[in-house]
Design a protein around this ligand. Structure first.
Ligand code: AMP
Length: 584
């Protein structure tokens, strides 16, 4: 067979990530831990097959681009500006604090000030991918704390872009190899000093942002609208992908901005166009696949033996990443008078380091600023802090529950017709990992999903004046439900805590009006186990789905397409009957 390193890397990466991810899931660990271990397994430090590291890193970059593009799609310029008051000073102060801590540790070890600065900066930036995954998994993207965390991340990203271009100048200041391969050619040509390079970088970022806001804002939505009107789904998908990748790449090549930042802006421009929701969905599957490769490529860099080499140093590094940074962020957010819950979430999301730290460390070593021991510590610190991040979140959730029991911005107030109190608070479980407040209803109907199907059912239920509640997980739908009178539980109905809070055991009917059969099947199964007598109607779109839901225990499955066909036939027969009727 001919030499196919790219294919081999993708196959080994995705294949092993799948196996390890499934295993991790089985052991009740986040799949992410499995992806990292898959990376360690195909990495150069463990025996057996070794994947191509350079290729894996490049593939991971694609994941970062698509992820940031997706975030941009959820983020308008207005959102970004609305959090600048905290995100900007917050990120800057936090970077400064973490850098100082890193510098302190480096000086204790007898490294130079330059080494300490690079080391500290590398410990100060959180990984985009890890942070976004955590925020998305908890469905915090639309909440204030989610917006602050993302805004904070954008500032960190910008700071790192500036740091990367300044590093060669810094190396020059410390009298070490200033002829770096990444030195800005324009800056070297103009022979700029430290402040000159800083100014040039800021100007380039400014020009890029200005260009996107003036030109991109007109051209990109126009292209998408044009393509949407061709009616070709394939071309639309391609257009979304092409725009995300081209803008990111162009930003990096022409303006010296990071790929991630470029992709973020491409997405943000699109978020102003009504097509953005569709664009987001079109890029989802690819994004997820490449995000997995990101974790695999991180795992590949990890040498398990390094854990044993300098355990105390590693612990000190981890302490700075997980505790030092978090406490700094926590205090800063509190100082801005945000609730404790917000401060805790933001601290937890920043308590890890990743891709930017590697890039900084790599460059630091290349410039002879950072000893290789520093890079190894950063690598091990990154892998461990990423693995520990879900635990940090769990700890923070626990703390938040103890500290702010009665309040919490994630709570949704929805009025409760007929209840004594005018409003019943139903918490969003993903937002806090708290189980939502349980309903008081008994003998009720549970309606899952309030989309095209569920909303019609809900109106009928309301007219019948029988008790019912809705479970819905899409933010935009929940926002609309907030204005209605319906009792609502916010969250994914396939989660057992969400179902439990709907008081399944005492419910009479369960109506599943969501299109996803996999989730619907899980809901049916759990409901049947909790309440053997409950009557379940589910929704399906093919015979295979009907079969599956039946096996899971649904009493009646309505196949959408069949009902549409019957509706068409009924109407046709009515028309034909009318046409055939003798003229009066
Ligand atoms: P439609 O296909 O228009 O009837 O919309 C289905 C609705 O169900 C949407 O509003 C989704 O947000 C919602 N939905 C889908 N899956 C779930 C789930 N697992 N839990 C709660 N709501 C869901």
């Amino acid at each position: 067979m001919h030499h196919t390193p790219l294919i081999a890397t993708i196959v080994a990466g995705l294949g092993l990530a799948f196996v390890f991810g499934a295993l991790a899931h089985r052991l009740r660990l986040p799949p992410l831990v499995g992806y990292l271990l898959a990376g360690v397994a195909v990495g150069p430090f463990t025996p057996g097959y070794v994947a191509d590291q350079a290729l894996a890193t490049e593939l991971a970059e694609l994941g970062v681009i698509l992820l940031m593009f997706g975030v941009g799609l959820h983020f308008s310029l207005k959102d970004l500006l609305s959090v600048r008051a905290i995100a900007l000073p917050g990120a800057v102060v936090q970077i400064a604090v973490a850098t100082l801590m890193g510098l302190g540790l480096a000086l204790l070890l007898g490294w130079t000030v330059g080494a300490g600065l690079v080391f500290g900066m590398a410990l100060s930036v959180a990984s985009t991918v890890v942070l976004l995954r955590a925020i998305q998994e908890r469905r915090l993207m639309e909440t204030e704390r989610g917006r602050i965390a993302v805004g904070w991340l954008i500032v960190e990203d910008l700071a790192m872009v500036i740091a990367l271009v300044l590093l060669p100048a810094l190396a020059g200041m410390f009298g070490v190899g200033s002829n770096s391969p990444v030195a800005d050619p324009l800056a070297s040509y103009l022979d700029l000093g430290f402040s000159g390079v800083l100014l040039l970088t800021l100007v380039k970022v400014g020009v890029f942002v200005g260009f996107m806001l003036v030109v991109g804002r007109r051209v990109i939505p126009w292209i998408l609208h044009y393509i949407a009107h061709t009616g070709s789904r394939e071309l639309f998908r391609l257009a979304v992908l092409a725009i995300a990748l081209t803008v990111a790449f162009g930003a990096a090549k022409l303006f010296g901005v990071s790929l991630a930042l470029g992709a973020f802006f491409a997405g943000m421009i699109l978020s102003e166009s009504p097509l953005s929701q569709r664009a987001a969905q079109e890029s989802l599957p690819l994004r997820d696949a490449f995000a997995v490769l990101f974790f695999v490529s991180m795992g590949m860099l990890f040498d398990p033996a390094s854990l044993l080499r300098e355990p105390w140093l590693l612990l000190a590094t981890l302490f700075i990443i997980i505790v030092g940074k978090s406490v700094a962020a926590f205090l800063i957010v509190l100082a801005f008078r945000h609730p404790v819950g917000t401060a805790l979430t933001i601290s937890a999301s920043l308590a890890q380091i990743g891709e930017f730290s590697f890039i900084l460390a790599e460059l630091g070593v290349k410039l002879n600023l950072l000893p290789t021991a520093g890079r190894d510590l950063i690598l091990a610190g990154a892998i461990l802090s990423i693995m520990l991040n879900p635990l940090v979140f769990a700890a923070v959730d626990w703390l938040a529950r103890r500290l702010e029991r009665p309040s919490g911005e994630s709570a949704v107030s929805i009025s409760h017709p007929g209840a004594e109190a005018p409003t019943a608070r139903v918490a969003a479980p993903e937002a806090s990992s708290d189980p939502p407040d349980a309903t008081q209803l008994t003998g009720h109907t549970i309606l899952v999903g309030h989309g095209r199907v569920g909303s019609i059912v809900a109106d009928a239920l309301q007219k019948s004046r029988r008790p019912f509640l809705i479970i819905e997980d899409a933010d935009n739908v929940v926002a609309k439900l907030r204005d209605s009178n319906f009792e609502t539980i916010v969250g994914n109905a396939a989660r057992s805590d969400v179902l439990k809070s709907a008081n399944l055991g005492a419910a009479r009917y369960l109506l599943i009006a969501i299109p996803g059969t996999f989730e619907a099947g899980q809901i049916v199964q759990q409901a049947r186990a909790a309440n053997p007598g409950i009557q379940i109607i589910a929704r399906a779109h093919s015979d295979a789905e009907v079969e599956h839901l039946k096996n899971m225990g649904a009493d009646l499955i309505i196949m959408g397409e069949r009902e549409i066909a019957l509706g068409i036939i009924r109407q046709l027969l009515a028309w034909q009957g009318r046409d055939a009727a003798p003229l009066g």
